[in-house]
Design a protein around this ligand. Structure first.
Ligand SMILES: *[C@@H]1O[C@H](CO)[C@@H](O)[C@H](O)[C@H]1NC(C)=O
Ligand SMILES: *[C@@H]1O[C@H](CO)[C@@H](O)[C@H](O)[C@H]1NC(C)=O
Ligand SMILES: *[C@@H]1O[C@H](CO)[C@@H](O)[C@H](O)[C@H]1NC(C)=O
Ligand SMILES: [Zn+2]
Ligand SMILES: [Zn+2]
Length: 341
């Protein structure tokens, strides 16, 4: 090989990584730009939008650290440290605490990889229709449904020996978080993401989204199914879901405690405690207004308002998916959300 060629090769070898690096920086810059634009395209709704890169977890941390709504997040309590004394004194009742803990166990992080072309013009994220810019929100698991026959999860799909029993797991969130089945099918739902360590120590489990079964844009609510054949996950979830079916629905006594469990900025599960300030009859339903702190990533999170049963026989939760922050003095509001466990 002539010397001049050798020199060129060496020059190339040195130049290559630098240009690849520059190219990478360019991609990162571009992706962040797209993510920033998408994030702004949601009005007062509170999804977090991450740039589509290999370092999504780092992006999450970056958004958390740069948060301007709740700098320092001092009102946000890690679920692992949440104790009964974090509740206002008049609510330090074991039954109330238990309710909140149980709902928090069913709280999930929702990561939507794709924005559906079916989102209407002027709706949240309509500028990103058809694009793969992930947004994250929160939600909660309502119930489980066992099925027999070949499992229809993506992992089993097309396999010669699919699992023979599987479950549909119903998740509640906002329609601006998961809009339709197209979005559900590029959605991953993280269960038991209790602390940052849960990602690595096997505590956190992930289910793929499957199908949207109910959507109400006026109420900003969505119900969708995830699909799993993971028996261990189901066993853990059953502890928290089995009893809800039997909770009587008659709720009378008004209470003012309002707790939100969510995954701010797409990070692990945090609790915020506040007060129910008001409720408003909208054309399309009742909206709850509260002072409980929320951040980007809290969209769809369970807003828990424990209520004493009218007959004095105990406490039940009413739950609404968190929809958006208000711009007036009061911070947060879930607008027109359906009441449900
Ligand atoms: C999200 O979509 C992108 C683009 O299609 C793809 O490369 C990536 O693997 C997807 N990520 C997940 C977690 O589905
Ligand atoms: C709450 O969860 C505990 C397990 O941690 C369970 O024993 C209890 O029955 C649950 N309560 C309700 C109302 O689901
Ligand atoms: C709204 O949130 C800010 C911090 O984000 C807090 O200082 C303020 O007290 C909150 N307002 C109400 C009414 O809770
Ligand atoms: Zn924040
Ligand atoms: Zn399967």
């Amino acid at each position: 090989m002539p010397n001049s060629n050798k020199g060129a090769m060496v020059a190339l070898a040195i130049a290559m990584p630098a240009s690849v690096w520059l190219l990478y920086l360019w991609f990162l810059h571009n992706n962040r730009g797209a993510a920033d634009r998408k994030r702004l395209d949601q009005g007062n709704h509170e999804c977090e939008v991450l740039s589509n890169s290999m370092y999504e977890a780092m992006e999450s941390v970056r958004r958390w650290e740069g948060c301007r709504k709740n700098p320092g997040h001092c009102n946000f309590i890690p679920i692992t440290e949440f104790s009964i004394t974090d509740l206002p004194e008049s609510y330090q009742i074991p039954e109330v605490f238990d309710l909140i803990k149980n709902v928090s166990a069913r709280t999930v992080r929702i990561r939507v990889n794709y924005t559906s072309p079916a989102r209407p013009e002027d709706y949240v994220f309509s500028d990103s229709r058809g694009k793969y810019i992930p947004h994250v929100g929160s939600g909660w698991i309502r119930d489980l449904e066992k099925r027999y026959g070949p499992c229809r999860c993506p992992e089993c799909d097309g396999q010669a020996t699919p699992f023979k029993q599987w479950w549909l797991v119903r998740v509640y969130t906002c329609s601006h978080v998961v809009f339709d089945t197209k979005e559900a099918q590029s959605t991953m739902v993280d269960v038991f993401y209790e602390s940052e360590a849960s990602r690595k120590n096997g505590e956190m489990m992930t289910m793929p989204g499957f199908k949207v079964t109910y959507r109400d844009e006026d109420h900003d609510s969505c119900k969708f199914y995830c699909i799993t054949h993971d028996e261990e996950l189901i066993k853990k979830l059953t502890v928290y879901t089995s009893k809800w079916e039997k909770i009587p629905k008659a709720l009378m006594a008004m209470e003012s405690l309002c707790v939100v469990v969510s995954h701010p900025h797409g990070r692990s599960k945090l609790v915020t405690v506040g007060e129910l300030k008001d409720w408003k009859d909208e054309v399309f339903g009742v909206s709850q207004i509260y002072s409980t702190a929320t951040c980007g990533g809290s969209s769809g999170a369970p807003v828990i308002i424990p209520r004493r049963r009218g007959d004095g026989s105990g406490w039940v939760p009413t739950m609404f998916p968190h929809s958006q922050a208000l711009v007036n003095g009061l911070n947060m509001s879930a607008v027109g959300a359906a009441r449900s466990y």
